[in-house]
Design a protein around this ligand. Structure first.
Ligand code: SF4
Length: 393
């Protein structure tokens, strides 16, 4: 499938003109933010945008209704969040968020840095579409199900499986040349692509890319099931410190809450489940974080219904939306209607009559942007009301 348009993924220097104003997307490879960087984002959200730091399903950040593009770029560059003006949109790297801290899987973090450095160091790779996704899974199976164009899944020792177009290619690589193989695959994608945005859109893309790389697939293929649940609550680290997983309501973090998080002065990890993790805390500090930030809306309870609900942008950010979808979804959660027996409805019904349960995705129109790849209840706005489709088995 050849696209007729270049991809339109926004960045910091090329904004998306949303219905409510310019939208910027800030790439955060591996989802790792220093407290200073989070403070910069919080201040930018307050001073230059709509007051919220939005978490994306790729572990990146979005700011809406940008009022001063140059000031935003200057602030982000000074904080190390815009290290390249040419490559900013290609740094789409999701890594297992808890790698190196929790669990006995290999530490994938050095590979994040090596891959990002390699992307930034290749002028040609600036031409990658902003949709191309890299994943680095330390073997726990949390990010490999996210259908990367190019990814690695650690197998133990220093071996990894190479993922192409969302599946195990059968190719096995060793730690010493892992980053080089990923970068070679990215170059190969550019060679094969004829305006396609993703590897799976290229005809026979995986077979042709495998041949181009000169690597021989083995007979075994890993299967990935997903998605993983976001890590929420108390997470003991190897080093006797604690990480705290926190859910964020509909992925929108108020700037004031982000400032409080930054003030904890610990590294923050953004996850692809629109949640975050505060890391490297002493136990007493972790208790204090929960005491202060839970009343501000962060979710430390893994049973919270907020963790099972996603929603597209809706009004006022999207002109296609039939309604303010996030307000309706939030009202449904707060009234307990997303935790009651789910009822499907082919006939459009008012928001106040919707009852749902389990994982669900609310959309402002039939395009259903951001719908998870697994079975969910789909709550979709139409001009006449909402249709509710229960998950198919
Ligand atoms: S699903 Fe429709 S309303 Fe929602 S963001 Fe996408 S295009 Fe806009």
């Amino acid at each position: 499938m050849a696209r007729t348009d270049p991809d339109s993924c926004p960045g910091v220097l090329r904004l998306h003109e949303a219905a409510d104003g310019p939208l910027a997307r800030v790439r955060v490879p591996g989802g790792t933010l220093t407290p200073e960087q989070l403070q910069t984002l919080a201040a930018a959200a307050h001073d230059l945008a709509d007051g919220a730091v939005e978490l994306t399903s790729r572990g990146n950040i979005q700011l809406r209704r940008i009022r001063d593009t140059n000031a935003l770029a200057e602030r982000l560059a000074a904080a190390g969040l815009l290290p390249s003006r040419t490559h900013e949109r290609v740094r789409n790297i999701i890594a297992s968020p808890l790698s190196g801290r929790v669990g006995d899987h290999p530490d994938i973090r050095p590979l994040v840095a090596a891959l990002d450095t390699g992307l930034l160091g290749s002028p040609r790779l600036a031409a990658l579409p902003g949709r191309v996704l890299f994943t680095l899974d330390d073997g726990r199976g949390d990010v490999s199900p996210l259908r990367p164009d190019i990814g690695l899944h650690a197998l133990g020792g220093d071996r990894s499986a190479l993922l192409l177009a969302g599946r195990d290619s059968g190719i096995r690589v060793t730690g010493t040349d892992a980053a080089e193989v990923l970068l070679a695959a990215a170059h190969g994608f550019l060679e094969l692509a004829d305006r396609q945005w993703r590897l799976h859109e290229v005809e026979d893309g995986v077979a042709r890319l495998t041949a181009l790389l000169g690597l021989e697939p083995g007979p075994d293929r890993l299967e990935f099931t997903g998605p993983a649940d976001p890590p929420i609550g108390w997470l003991p680290q190897h080093d006797d410190l604690v990480a705290l997983g926190a859910g964020v309501r509909l992925g929108s973090l108020p700037a004031r809450t982000a400032e409080f998080l930054a003030a904890v002065e610990r590294p923050i990890l953004l996850t692809p489940w629109r949640s975050l993790i505060v890391t490297d805390l002493e136990e007493g500090a972790a208790e204090q974080v929960v005491r202060v930030l839970a009343p501000m809306g962060l979710i430390f309870d893994a049973t919270s219904p907020w963790l099972r609900i996603t929603a597209c942008a809706g009004q006022p950010g999207c002109a296609k939306s039939h309604t303010d979808i996030r307000a309706d979804a939030a009202a449904a959660v707060e009234s307990g209607r997303t935790d009651s027996p789910g009822t499907g409805s082919d006939t459009p019904i008012p928001a106040g009559e919707i009852t749902t349960t389990g994982r669900q995705h609310w959309s402002g129109c039939e395009r259903r942007c951001g719908r998870p790849t697994v079975a969910v209840t789909e709550v979709t706005a139409t001009p006449e009301g909402y249709r509710v489709a229960l998950p198919r088995d």
